[in-house]
Design a binder for this molecule. Structure first.
Ligand code: NI
Length: 265
């Protein structure tokens, strides 16, 4: 049988993963090795607590891994004030490519809504101050997310609306404000929904992401890893009726431009 999926593509970027997760403790180097063997050009390692943001910077000692700094909304009720001050310091150090993961999650009850709102706005202010893009998590908060981004002028910083769930109105709202949409394993599980949700969206605003070790795409092991970006690229190409090489090239350019990675045009 002819393989639909090339064994290797060049120039794909995983714009959202968590290599610092303890799920990778047994074999992190092997996971990273497989990613670059599979043809990834770069990985954006997303911090979601002070500790994980520090780990991200350590991982970013490699020239092809880039770090973000932020505190996840799930942590909004219990982080320490000095943790956010340290995030601010990391953001200004240079070598940090984005602020986040930050956002609003009203689906799970891990942190009080008001604490999430306050922490999210502090991340937005930091992004605007440092001129770094945001990496944004949204769950069960679409309307408030768009309203907050509009009201705060966060579009001047821009960023990724990560783990897009397939609501076209949310995507259009975010794109109109200057944001990019992160396409990952959660959405590619449902090709019909993926196709419908992308209709009319500009390709120049789409990003590939795994969110590894979470949200494994169909056909992959339960623990997701950056090498699976191939599966995401392929699902996106099929949904859009494009060549996977073209999807890979365009999303690579989008990621480089947004995060100002080497080779950005
Ligand atoms: Ni994440």
């Amino acid at each position: 049988m002819r393989r639909e999926l090339p064994a290797r593509l060049s120039d794909m970027i995983d714009t959202h993963c968590h290599l610092s997760s303890s799920q990778f403790d047994p074999d992190r180097e092997a996971v990273i090795g497989r990613a670059f063997e599979a043809g990834l050009a770069a990985i954006v390692e997303v911090g979601y607590s002070l500790e994980k943001s520090r780990r991200a910077r350590t991982l970013a000692a490699r020239p092809d891994i880039f770090a973000t700094a932020g505190i996840h909304p799930h942590e909004a009720g219990r982080f320490r004030e000095q943790d956010f001050e340290e995030i601010e310091r990391l953001a200004r150090l240079g070598g940090t490519v984005a602020i986040g993961e930050t956002g609003l999650d009203f689906y799970r009850d891990f942190a009080p809504a008001d604490a999430q709102r306050t922490l999210f706005r502090r991340h937005i202010a930091l992004a605007l101050e440092t001129s770094l893009p945001l990496v944004i998590h949204t769950r069960a908060a679409s309307d408030e997310m768009i309203a907050t981004l509009r009201e705060t002028g966060a579009g001047r910083a821009g960023g990724s609306l990560h783990a897009f769930h397939g609501d076209p109105a949310f995507a259009r709202g975010g794109i109109a404000l200057g944001f990019h949409i992160g396409i990952g394993g959660g959405l590619v599980k449902d090709p019909a929904r993926l196709r419908a949700s992308l209709e009319g969206l500009p390709l120049e605003r789409l990003l590939l992401e795994t969110d590894a070790p979470y949200l494994s795409p169909p056909g992959a092991a339960r623990r997701n890893e950056p090498a699976n970006i191939l599966l995401i690229a392929r699902a996106l190409a099929v949904a859009l009726g494009r060549d996977v090489e073209e999807i890979s090239r365009i999303t690579d350019e989008n990621a480089r431009r947004l995060f100002r990675l080497p080779g950005a045009s």
